[in-house]
Design a protein around this ligand. Structure first.
Ligand SMILES: Cc1ncc(COP(=O)(O)O)c(C=O)c1O
Ligand SMILES: N[C@@H](CCCC[NH3+])C(=O)O
Length: 382
């Protein structure tokens, strides 16, 4: 079944993000079933898409929230997530953001350095609280994904390097306003090679044993997010294989009796539910290629320009019987404002509607107003 634009949207001003809430609910249902079967707690990563209609459905499905800024913590609270279902991660939490999360009494801070632990301890003490922390370690495991979204290698800024872990644990012992509740690791995003999660599990197992030898029992293990989706063929795989993802950890993570395992999924929950709908402004034939120039650009969807990523492109209104290849580009004054080169489409003309698929995650949230572009207004169906 391929993408179909509802008739009442054909004349709607473009560009806009269209979200299929039916698909979101089916995805949440599948995720819930797989998570329950493996007794794993899911925190949805708001950074992927923080629109309220999306968050409300995620919250109603019983999942928690993984936040990376004070504003995301606030948005999660506004969407109805209970504070004890909220995790706050991020390599650069400001004092104001930490204070907001402390005041809300969120469940856990994923701390990324000794210095952050010291600040968190001081701010928690000033509020007369004891903050729950998980140490985010940098396990030096290659996620085999784009280097811009690889987060678990020594060269990356994220997490506590393994060589710094002994000193960090020692430091923690001197910080009375913090309570160590677990370990956290997140090695990257758009991971399609699941063997990577096996390697991550082995690393966490080693660290857990090491901490136990020091007398720490960890009630929680948080293995991050990262499950990838099928950008090439969204209609074949509208819902990612959550069961296989959980099974990778189920088989390899040494879980202690009563220990709670957490994941933080973003992309795999929302990516396939969103489509960027755009209109062809001009078709320009140059000596080398045909350009289909859209009214959406890198300002609405930056992933192709930033990561060279591919989103499936469809002409949803053309009735032409012949196909042609196009470089599908946006209107922004940057040559990187290109959604795809040599894309085969039915013959395309001014006014045709173009769907850029799998754009529900890291699409609208990463949009900008560069060139003084207008912010788009999302449409929800289902
Ligand atoms: C710490 C952390 N948790 C969770 C996520 C969500 O990742 P994804 O959208 O790949 O599931 C990210 C993003 O990569 C992250 O940095
Ligand atoms: N923005 C990235 C994902 C980043 C994940 C957060 N660490 C993307 O569009 O693929």
């Amino acid at each position: 079944m391929s993408f179909h634009l509802p008739a009442d949207l054909l004349d709607r001003p473009t560009p806009y993000y269209l979200y299929d809430l039916n698909l979101l609910e089916r995805t949440l249902h599948m995720l819930q079933q797989a998570a329950q079967a493996h007794n794993v707690q899911v925190h949805y990563a708001l950074k992927a898409n923080a629109n309220l209609p999306v968050l409300e459905r995620v919250q109603q499905a019983g999942f928690g929230a993984d936040c990376v800024s004070g504003n995301e913590v606030q948005r999660a609270l506004d969407a109805g997530f209970a504070p004890d279902h909220i995790v706050f991660a991020g390599v650069g939490k400001s004092d104001a953001e930490i204070n907001l999360a402390l005041t809300a009494d969120i469940w856990c801070f994923n701390a990324e350095s000794g210095q952050e632990l010291e600040v968190l301890n001081e701010l928690a003490g000033a509020q007369g609280r004891r903050a729950r922390v998980a140490l985010r370690v940098n396990p030096n495991v290659d996620a085999h994904t784009h280097h811009y979204i690889t987060t678990g290698l020594d060269a990356n800024k994220f997490g506590i390097n393994l060589s710094d872990l002994p000193a960090t644990v020692e430091l923690l012992e001197s910080l009375p306003h913090l309570e160590l509740v677990g370990l956290h690791a997140h090695i990257g995003s758009q991971i399609t090679n699941l063997s990577v999660f096996e390697q991550l599990s082995h690393k966490i197992n080693e660290l857990q044993t090491w901490l136990e030898d020091k007398g720490y029992q960890l009630p929680h293990l948080n293995v991050g997010g990262g499950l990838g989706i099928n950008y090439d063929d969204p209609d074949t795989d509208p819902i990612p294989d959550f069961e296989a993802y959980f099974a990778a950890f189920g088989q390899h993570l040494h879980r202690r009796a009563g220990q709670q395992v957490h994941v933080e999924l973003g992309r795999s929950v929302v990516a396939q539910c969103g489509t960027l709908v755009s209109r062809v402004l001009y078709v320009k034939q140059s000596q080398q290629t045909n350009f289909a120039i859209l009214d959406a650009g890198m300002t609405e969807l930056i992933r192709p320009a930033l990561y060279g990523s591919h989103h499936h492109i469809q002409n949803v209104t053309s009735t032409a019987k012949t196909d042609k290849t196009y470089d599908v580009v946006g209107p922004i004054c940057e040559s990187s404002d290109t959604f795809g080169k040599g894309i085969l489409l039915p013959e395309t003309k001014r006014g045709d509607l173009i769907a850029l698929r799998s754009a529900g995650a890291y699409g609208e949230v990463m949009s900008s107003e560069y060139n003084l572009r207008e912010k788009t207004t999302p449409v929800y169906v289902g």
